[in-house]
Ligand binder design. Structure first.
Ligand SMILES: Nc1ncnc2c1ncn2[C@@H]1O[C@H](COP(=O)(O)OP(=O)(O)O)[C@@H](O)[C@H]1O
Ligand SMILES: [Mg+2]
Length: 330
């Protein structure tokens, strides 16, 4: 299947080495579901990269993370971690991959220290090495003072901090985090951000999902915007922000456009980029007034009308909202 995204800003990043994470045409359909939760995802996190998946609720972020964590089998497509197939090299991959799930996976009746010891043992750590990792993780999460308290008494922020370091107990080289800062206090969020920056600086490859735009913008080198199981647009943060500098036209169409429309629009002279999500069309151009008429003509040639049309410089937030809140996608 071709990537339906008409506007991919993905750069071919050649590092010489293999990618930390490589997904090719990854799809997942839950039993009995009307639509796939993942639909042909292509994504590369280079070694040492910091990659963010930005998407609203229901986009498929947790499904994607669960497939990567080996908790869920994909329906089709491939997952390579450090160049190795996830299905065939589970044990080797488990040693290098750390997972921080959306729902904190911690035992409420155990203390923070006991949780870390338990998950450390699950990763094969023992003896002095286990103890030193437990102490290091307590410090990273800044919960050493609360180490011997039962986790059920922890605040949401403390639970999230513990959840983070459980994923770090075995010193993974690749870390995947599913919405690690949802609904927590600003101090805990800032601490988690700081730790992620430090891990990135230490060469750890990071894939994080979030629905906070500013979180992705502040932390990540590359971002993919995901919606309805597909990646709509991906590129460096610079690429995405460059859209703010271009003038944009946004249009709501009266019907569903054929796939050919995006390609046709892309060819219009003076137009920089075009992408289509449901009945929402967004284009960027230096002189939008000069292409507006052609744009409408092209839409009409495909048997469609324009329900509404707006001009204006766009923010990343507008880009995100216009792509993911298309009312017609019912
Ligand atoms: N266990 C499941 N069974 C059936 N459908 C599911 C299951 N988990 C998630 N879904 C559906 O898959 C889609 C993607 O969900 P999810 O991956 O949780 O998205 P996100 O994490 O971005 O909010 C949603 O439509 C959701 O309802
Ligand atoms: Mg989720």
């Amino acid at each position: 299947m071709n990537n339906p995204c008409p506007f991919s800003m993905q750069h071919a990043v050649k590092t010489g080495g293999v990618a930390a994470i490589e997904l090719r045409q990854l799809s997942k359909r839950y039993k009995g579901a009307r639509a796939p939760a993942l639909n042909g995802i292509d994504l590369t996190v280079r070694e040492g990269g910091f990659f963010g998946i930005l998407g609203p609720n229901g986009a498929g972020k947790t499904t994607l993370m669960s497939v990567l964590g080996g908790l869920l089998k994909p329906s089709s497509g491939s997952v390579l971690i450090n160049g190795q197939d996830l299905q065939r090299h589970r044990a080797a991959i488990k040693r290098v991959l750390g997972m921080v799930p959306q729902e904190p996976a911690i035992y409420p009746t155990l203390t923070a220290r006991e949780n870390l010891e338990y998950f450390g043992r699950m990763q094969g750590l023992t003896g002095k090495h286990l103890q030193s990792r437990v102490e290091a993780c307590l410090e990273i999460a800044e919960i050493s003072g609360e180490a011997d308290q039962r986790v059920e008494h922890f605040s949401g922020g403390f639970k999230r901090r513990l959840n983070l370091v459980i994923g770090l107990i075995h010193e993974p080289r690749i870390l995947i985090l599913d919405e690690p800062t949802v609904a927590i206090d600003p101090h805990s969020r800032a601490l988690i951000h700081q730790r992620l920056r430090e891990l990135h600086a230490a060469g750890i490859s990071i894939l994080i999902s979030t629905h906070y735009m500013e979180e992705a913008e502040q932390l990540c080198q590359e971002i993919a915007i995901m919606h309805h199981g597909r990646i709509l647009v991906q590129g460096t943060v610079g690429d995405l922000l460059a859209m703010q500098r271009n003038e944009t036209i946004q249009m709501q169409l009266t019907g569903d456009p054929p796939a050919a429309l995006a390609q046709k629009l892309q060819k219009l002279p003076g137009l920089q980029n075009a992408f289509v999500s449901g009945r929402c069309v967004m284009v960027t151009a230096e002189r939008p007034d000069e292409i507006a008429v052609q744009l409408m003509q092209t839409v009409h040639e495909h048997g469609l009308g324009v329900h509404s049309m707006g001009f204006g410089a766009s923010s990343l937030e507008q880009v995100f909202l216009s792509l993911t809140e298309s009312k017609a996608e019912k």
